[in-house]
Design a protein around this ligand. Structure first.
Ligand code: ADP
Length: 202
């Protein structure tokens, strides 16, 4: 696949929810598959063992992926100690993708750098900002270290301007700044909003 980079590198795709990050990851991975490259895509699971699944976009496009509880499991699968990737030959994938990269632990940064140094094209998609508008987890470091960064916008549901923020609503009301970044089982929903219409309750 023609790439402006010689060998491995990091490509980061960021933006708020609904900005098309998964769509863009699926598009890039799909082209690599057409080029008959060996591709492995990972996404995080909170409380489960690793399992085969897929990455899906809000438009319904999907690509196969492996859900992993942490970076270590992704590392073991990539380096041939797992059975889910067709890595029986112990050949590294040409392309490794991570969706929802903001939910991975700090081990994602050294893993991505190691893979790039070994010649792998690493594509990481994730939220650059949390619901408060603060930098999200490992994303700032990935953004700094990436060869390529694509910052996508969604459409603000209030005014139609480009949306750079993710609005969290709890029971229809803006979430509080003090709410935890990850809420399990809450009656919450999310919307794309611009800077002007992004709201926090206190
Ligand atoms: P992300 O991974 O960034 O959350 P997806 O790739 O899953 O985004 O979905 C992007 C798609 O979501 C768009 O192509 C569009 O069809 C749909 N969509 C729904 N609401 C919005 C919105 N407010 N702004 C832009 N796209 C939206």
């Amino acid at each position: 696949l023609k790439s402006p980079y010689h060998g491995g590198h990091l490509e980061v795709i960021v933006g708020p929810m609904f900005s098309g990050k998964s769509e863009e990851l699926i598009r890039r991975v799909g082209r690599a598959v057409i080029a008959r490259q060996h591709v492995a895509v990972f996404k995080p699971v909170i409380d489960d063992r690793y399992h085969a699944t897929h990455v899906s976009s809000h438009t319904g496009r999907i690509t196969p992926a492996v859900a992993v509880p942490n970076t270590l499991q992704a590392r073991q699968l990539i380096f041939g100690q797992g059975d889910l990737l067709d890595a029986g030959s112990h050949v590294l994938p040409d392309v490794v993708g991570f969706d929802e990269a903001q939910f991975f632990d700090g081990g994602l940064v050294p893993l991505a750098l190691e893979l790039a140094d070994l010649g792998v094209r690493v594509i990481l998609a994730g939220l650059d900002l949390d619901f408060r508008g603060e930098p999200f987890g490992v994303m700032p470091e990935l953004l700094s270290r990436a060869e390529s960064v694509e910052k996508l916008t969604a459409i603000c549901v209030i005014c139609g301007a480009p949306a750079t923020r993710t609005q969290r609503l709890i029971g229809g009301q803006p979430a509080r700044r003090s709410d935890p970044v990850v809420m399990v089982g809450a009656a919450e929903s999310y919307e794309a909003r611009c800077r002007v219409h992004h709201e926090l309750n206190g």
